[in-house]
Design a protein around this ligand. Structure first.
Ligand code: SF4
Length: 94
């Protein structure tokens, strides 16, 4: 059990609490990640199919490795383009 001194050091001040309630996104790492991620995704040519993908999965990948994070999108492009090619081919048949 923590002693009172440690608990007091971990407590938020009234000003800190007020800031969190008024600007929650400034204190939530996930919200910031989401905003930046979607901002980058809107320029993607498969956004209308992917919509940013699985955000928790991307968050995990980003924290593990930039290369894995980039491979997630490369995989999505490959999958969507593969499906699209099959659909385009099927629709073009007489
Ligand atoms: S492929 Fe990547 S960049 Fe494109 S919409 Fe999906 S997650 Fe975003």
């Amino acid at each position: 059990m923590k002693d009172d001194k440690i608990l007091q050091e971990e407590m938020l001040t009234d000003d800190e609490l007020e800031k969190i309630f008024l600007q929650p996104s400034d204190f939530c790492e996930y919200q910031t990640f989401y905003k930046n991620l979607i901002k980058n995704c809107t320029g993607c040519d498969i956004f209308k199919f992917c919509h940013g993908g699985c955000l928790p999965q991307r968050y995990e990948l980003k924290n593990k490795s930039e290369k894995l994070f980039a491979e997630y999108c490369a995989g999505k492009h490959k999958l969507v383009n593969y499906i699209k090619a099959g659909v385009d081919c099927a629709l073009s048949e007489p």
